[in-house]
Design a binder for this molecule. Sequence first.
Ligand SMILES: [Zn+2]
Length: 175
Amino acid sequence: MSTSNRRYVFSWDLLGDLIEGRPNLGPTTRLEAYRLMQYTFRDILEQEYGTAKADEIFYRAGLLAGREFCKHVIGRQDDFNGFVRRLQEALHELNIGLLRIEKADLEHGSFVMTVSEDLDCSGLPETGYGVCTYDEGFIAGVMEEYTGRPYDVHETDCWCTGDRTCRFSVNLRSC
Ligand SMILES: [Zn+2]
């Protein structure tokens, strides 16, 4: 669909003016509201399009969010350490999660990152499979926006696989 025919092209402005819009309630809500939206969306997307397509849509939405988040929240950073520090601070300030870098191989574009107390899965029942598809896309989007190169991100451990943190393998896509 061409952009001119679309109603829902994302823009950062859609996050709105929360000071004007919510003078009494402020910018925060309960995490149950976020999860209610996410898991009902996933249910309907899976019913409509199947599991693989629903996951792909979540990944792509996360990718878009990561790119926009990097542009609007992280901004330009001179070096990778500054970028990681700012990203950790921002994710903590917004109560999104606690990011750690377990491995960073800048030369080969290969990283292992963990996010604890995340929005998507912390405290969920164990299912035996990771559910943080949106976060995979989000991390890929942040990395792509910062480096200007494509990344593939895969969650290897999740609260839902019995771990207490989500662990992501982050790799520069080989062309
Ligand atoms: Zn997870």
